[in-house]
Design a protein around this ligand. Structure first.
Ligand SMILES: [Zn+2]
Length: 386
């Protein structure tokens, strides 16, 4: 707790209540997993700003005012109508009464929370989210994994704080109520005096330190402005794999810089951490232009970004270290998430296949010569185009 009596979660929640941070992992509100929580709050807030978000404290209660609707409360809290309805046993979400007190489910500052529905089990949620049961249990401090209840909000990723310009580790430490050296430790910061705006900091230690494979840290939303909205040419046909001679933090920095004009949907770290920059329903700027001699399976004369989902992989560079098991498994998990959304994807394509001259070593021997590329394609049931 800090001096304002706010927990690190609440502090982080205030900091992260931004439209970009609210973009969903997968934009498919009608599918079972996702009709949950995750709303583009910026959009909904733009439509209804009658209720200040500060009127709500997640995990607490709210007294309904005359004129309130569940849609407006959902917009103000960032918690979906179905989740609010489940949390309050509302059979008809259109009927709420002024003066009634509603439960506002606890909302994670991370972009990913899941609202438990009737009939859910931790096993079924695990199957739907690709997060192991024990990770879900640890992330949510569930002593008894069988005892989850409808309306409960489950964390799908450890809470994180996105660094703003002007932040220092000590200012974040004061706000979050977490000692600076602990933050540095949790985040493996080599130089705590050098924080990058846009960098994502963990505000939770156990999943990171107790989970070297990254299995408990499935996806952290970083965001990027470098993308095109929607997929007007239809769903993607390929997952394109890249390698990047830099740290995951450098990738975050590069992709979240509008000037770079570059992004990917995901990046996977050598330690298995997975960051997301672009919604799967949108087109990242990852594949650049098609070069002569390419073996890209998409339509000629069209930008390959229209037809792809891209995964960047951290390699630290010069000489690039081998793909770690944690990184490989994280790429498999990201691939499965992508295929759950777009089951018609047929190919795993290297960036080299699109740009054989400019990108001759992308993703390079660490993926291709080692057989990891072929293995990844086989694990995902895709045709490899290395
Ligand atoms: Zn590339």
């Amino acid at each position: 707790m800090d001096s304002n009596g706010l927990s690190p979660y609440q502090v982080a929640l205030q900091h992260r209540r931004r439209a970009r941070d609210r973009r969903p992992l997968l934009r498919l509100p009608w599918k079972p997993v996702i009709h949950v929580v995750i709303l583009a709050v910026g959009l909904t807030l733009a439509l209804s700003t009658q209720i200040p978000a500060s009127a709500f404290v997640s995990g607490q209660t709210y007294m309904i005012e005359p004129g309130d609707t569940l849609t407006r409360i959902a917009a103000a809290t960032g918690i979906s109508v179905p989740c609010l309805a489940a949390a309050n046993n509302l059979s008809d979400p259109d009927v709420i009464r002024a003066g009634d007190v509603m439960n506002i489910p606890a909302l994670s500052p991370s972009t990913q929370t899941y609202c438990v529905k009737r009939g859910d089990t931790l096993t079924s949620i695990s199957a739907a989210t690709a997060i192991p049961v024990d990770c879900l249990a640890r992330l949510n401090d569930l002593a008894n994994p069988d005892a989850i209840r409808a309306g409960q909000a489950l964390l799908l990723a450890p809470p994180a704080y996105r660094v703003k310009p002007g932040d220092t580790l000590s200012s974040i430490s004061r706000t979050a109520g977490i000692p600076a050296h602990v933050l540095a430790d949790w985040n493996g910061l080599p130089d705590p005096d050098r924080l990058l705006a846009g960098q994502s900091l963990r505000l939770s230690g156990s999943p990171a330190s107790g989970d070297p494979t990254g299995a408990c840290n499935p996806i952290t939303w970083i965001g990027s402005e470098n993308y095109w909205d929607d997929r007007p040419y239809g769903g993607p046909i390929a997952i394109v794999l890249h390698t990047s001679a830099g740290s995951l933090g450098a990738i975050d920095h590069w992709f979240s810089n509008p000037q770079s004009q570059v992004s990917a949907h995901f990046a996977v770290g050598l330690d298995g951490r997975t960051h997301q920059y672009v919604d799967l329903a949108d087109r990242a700027w990852g594949e650049g232009n098609i070069e002569p001699d390419n073996v890209w399976p998409g339509p000629e004369g069209m930008n390959p970004n229209h037809y792809s989902v891209s995964i960047e992989t951290e390699d630290g560079g010069n000489p690039p270290p081998p793909v770690t098991e944690a990184q490989y498994q994280a790429a498999v998990r990201a691939g499965r998430l992508i295929l759950r959304e777009y089951p018609n994807i047929q190919y795993l394509v290297s960036h080299r296949a699109i740009a054989p001259h400019a990108r001759a070593n992308d993703p390079g021997p660490r993926w291709v010569a080692t057989g990891r590329f072929e293995a990844l394609a086989a694990a995902l049931g895709l045709k490899p185009i290395p």
